[in-house]
Design a protein around this ligand. Structure first.
Ligand SMILES: C[S@@+](CC[C@H](N)C(=O)[O-])C[C@H]1O[C@@H](n2cnc3c(N)ncnc32)[C@H](O)[C@@H]1O
Length: 395
């Protein structure tokens, strides 16, 4: 495949997988003396996936939005005839640099990306406006805003987290059917900050027909949240007292969410989603005690054992192993899986989010994953991993 054909296929794939972070056209040699660069990114405009082009001139920016086929035609035009000689295409885990030499041939260079980030699909004008009506009563009941709709200073971090969470989810939710009522379950909903915000966003901003259930162990929180939902006339939002492991949904769960559910409660939540073949599973794991105990118990002898005498590395090791095995299990069941930083570690160290989008199961891949799971568990001395056991993948 020629470098330029590779650019086109990677560009198409980046749109399809929605992991195209940024595309930059530079080194302009064309006739427009003031034109410097063109910056291109994926955006959702009225729920349609588009590409936003910012043409940077010496003294102004001009923005134009295109659908994917017009976008490619425009890029071809800008590079072939209008003289941009460099293209850099950034996706979640790589940057491809293409450079056209004087003879007109394209050369290609690949760069790894150090830290994966999610693609923010919201249009600049929409940023920070996920929850548009700050006067809504639930925001006051949750102590996020005052009576005039101003976010309290002490709630600024929480507010950022809520908005960021909706940004991340909205790109995955955009892939789900819009014409049917979505059954969403939020496991370990706590005081319901994220549950209320998600419901409000889906109902008010996207006019999506949804049923949202928050599952929470603490009775006082469940009572409080149900009262707030009632006061807000959020008729399709309910909170149920009970444990994640014993929760029995009345209908098939389309979207399974579990944010900061402790230790193996995250595994129980993922397992519920897998049993229902939920279209989307989103978890932000919390503590990782179960696998940590296994590591401490078996003390496997391997090339990495010298690290594990330090508590902090043992902790991180347990976290990475627990969550990467969770991601593998999701892949086993045909989920396209992404692992990303959820919130900045300034706000909380519990900031990894695993997002699984249901696709087809691939039996060959399943065989490989089973072998991989077995060898990882043996190598690291993990006698059991809760999710692997629930799924019966260790038999
Ligand atoms: C750290 S809070 C997170 C709340 C919310 N999801 C968020 O991210 O803001 C975890 C909540 O999950 C609940 N929880 C933990 N394990 C649970 C389980 N096994 N079943 C039901 N609720 C659980 C706790 O009571 C707590 O309210």
């Amino acid at each position: 495949m020629s470098p330029f054909d590779h650019f086109i296929s990677s560009f198409d794939e980046g749109i399809k997988k929605q992991d195209l972070q940024k595309l930059t056209l530079s080194n302009y040699k064309g006739p427009e003396s003031e034109l410097k660069n063109v910056y291109i990114k994926l955006v959702l405009i009225k729920r349609e996936l588009m590409l936003s082009f910012v043409y940077r001139y010496k003294t102004k920016d001009v923005t134009k939005n295109f659908n994917s086929s017009d976008a490619l035609a425009t890029i071809l035009n800008l590079t072939e005839f209008k003289g941009f000689r460099n293209i850099s295409l950034q996706r979640t885990n790589e940057i491809l640099h293409f450079q056209r030499n004087k003879k007109g041939d394209w050369m290609e260079r690949r760069e790894n990306v150090k830290e994966e980030t999610f693609v923010n699909l919201l249009h600049d004008k929409q940023k920070e406006r996920k929850i548009t009506d700050l006067s809504k009563p639930y925001l006051q009941s949750l102590n996020l805003t005052d009576a005039s709709g101003k976010v309290y200073k002490s709630a600024q971090d929480k507010w950022k987290q809520i908005n960021h969470y909706i940004e991340i989810l909205s790109s995955s939710l955009a892939e789900l059917p819009k014409d049917k009522k979505l059954n969403i379950v939020d496991m370990g909903a706590g005081k319901g900050y994220l549950t209320f915000a998600l419901y409000d966003y889906l109902k008010s901003s996207l006019q999506q027909d949804v049923l949202v259930n928050g599952v929470e162990f603490r009775e006082d929180l469940v009572e409080f949240c149900n009262q707030v939902a009632k006061d807000s006339a959020f008729d399709d939002l309910h909170f149920v007292q009970g444990t994640i492991e014993n929760y029995k949904p009345e209908e098939k769960v389309d979207v399974l969410i579990a944010l900061h559910a402790c230790d193996t409660a995250t595994d129980d939540a993922i397992y519920k989603g897998l049993q229902d073949e939920s279209a989307l599973i989103v978890v932000a794991p919390c503590c990782h005690k179960q696998v940590r105990r296994e590591l401490e118990k078996f003390k496997a002898k391997n090339e990495l054992d010298f690290m594990l005498k330090y508590g902090i590395f043992l902790e991180r090791h347990a976290e990475m192993l627990t969550d990467s095995i969770r991601a593998l299990v999701l892949e086993y069941y045909g989920y396209e899986t992404r692992v990303m930083q959820f919130i900045s570690d300034q706000h909380t160290p519990k900031n990894v989010m695993i997002v699984g989008l249901k696709k087809e199961v691939n039996p060959n891949k399943q065989t490989q994953i089973r072998e991989k799971l077995k060898s990882i568990q043996e190598y690291f001395g993990i006698g059991y991993h809760h999710l692997v056991r629930l799924c019966g993948l260790d038999r």
